[in-house]
Design a protein around this ligand. Sequence first.
Ligand code: PEP
Ligand code: MG
Length: 325
Amino acid sequence: RQEQYRSLRDLPSLTRDGVAVGLQLNAGLLVDLSHLHETGAEGIGLFRTELQFMVAERMPSAAEQQTLYEAVFSAAGGLPVTIRTLDIGGDKILPYMKALEEENPALGWRAIRIGLDRPGLLRMQLRALLKAAGGRPLKIMFPMVATVEEFVRARAIVDREKAHLSRHGHPLPSDCRLGVMVEVPSLLFQMDEIAAEADFLSVGSNDLMQFLFAVDRDNRQVADRFDPLSAAALRAFRLIAERANAAGTPATVCGEIGGRPLEAMALIGLGFRSLSMSPASVGPVKAMVLSLDAGAVGAFLDAELARTRDGASLRPALAAFAEAN
Ligand code: PEP
Ligand code: MG
């Protein structure tokens, strides 16, 4: 099987009806970049910067951060890398940072909330990123954004850092795009506004499903109570893809479901043209893409979603569709 997938590596990622579906990698450490070449992925769709912070014994200095980012950009060899700013808090604890006592850490002081409340940390990271990407294109995205205003504030911090670096004679990135993780359900009701403000969107389906269904992503007791292929979830994904496409704002799915062939097939049917996944998923997802009729699966999903009366999972129907097509 692995051999077979390797033979797909250099084929363009196109469906049978000619739809291009970009496949990218999720990464968190420098070693993950080695998979870029062997998978033939088009870039890094999600670089989880908190990994560096979680494996360290103390807060990484600005210089250490910059060194890592430079190494990541070099290892990517010109392929695009989407860097996510620190997503700490919730289940991601830094041993050297005093954690708050919170009743509901997943809903607590985390990610962009910490970044905006204590901008020192975010500013240091952004400066390291902007310096590391001097002269090259840079894509940055912010985790756990719940309101358009949070993104606008984060962008203002980036703009200040850019102005600061310019004043001090540092070369800026050749192109700097700022994106938003769509993983808090409140954004579903601000899609037009966020798609207009952000340069790109990336759906964090792990958290989006957790919050949409109120199901702890790490609690096995409740994990089977919902299906990302149920009507409610599929309609949420469809809404995001439709509004993003209407605004001309690129949208990727970077949660785990993008790496599962059946789920990935559904996401393409709903309108996503870019998926980011773990390295081992690229082969199986690419094999699915090459054999897929994107228009047919889209029409099939629209019909099923219009027809369902109980909102149950479309998994069996999608599996039968995949089998027959
Ligand atoms: C997600 O929530 O889907 C995501 C990609 O981010 P993480 O898994 O790091 O929370
Ligand atoms: Mg997340």
